[in-house]
Design a protein around this ligand. Structure first.
Ligand SMILES: [Zn+2]
Length: 86
C-alpha cells in the first residue's frame, strides 16, 4: 500500500504523513491541525522538538505559506506543539 509522505519544513526530510504534525492555513488563519483532516493549505513537521525549533528559529512557515507569519503565531504554535511533546 502506498504511504503518503510529506516533507518536513524543519529538517526537510520526507516522512510518513501520519507521523507528522500538520499546520494548516485556512481563511488566512494559521493553526495546528490536530485532526490532520482540516481543509486548507498544510505544512508538515516531524513530531519532535528539533524540527519545531528549527521551524520557529528559521521562520519556515513564511515560505510554506508564502507570507510573513507573525511572531505571535509562531509563539502560539510553539506552545501548542510543545504541549503535545510533554
Ligand atoms: Zn523534521
Amino acid at each position: 500500500m502506498h504511504t503518503p509522505m510529506r516533507e518536513c519544513i524543519g529538517c526537510g526530510k520526507k516522512v510518513q504523513k501520519q507521523a507528522m504534525l500538520r499546520i494548516v492555513k485556512k481563511e488566512g488563519q494559521i493553526s495546528l491541525d490536530t485532526t490532520g483532516k482540516s481543509e486548507g493549505r498544510g505544512a508538515y513537521l516531524c513530531k519532535n522538538i528539533e524540527c519545531l525549533d528549527e521551524c520557529i528559529k528559521r521562520k519556515k512557515l513564511n515560505r510554506a505559506f508564502k507570507q510573513n507569519v507573525s511572531d505571535d503565531i509562531y509563539n502560539k504554535l510553539s506552545e501548542e506543539m510543545r504541549h503535545l511533546f510533554e
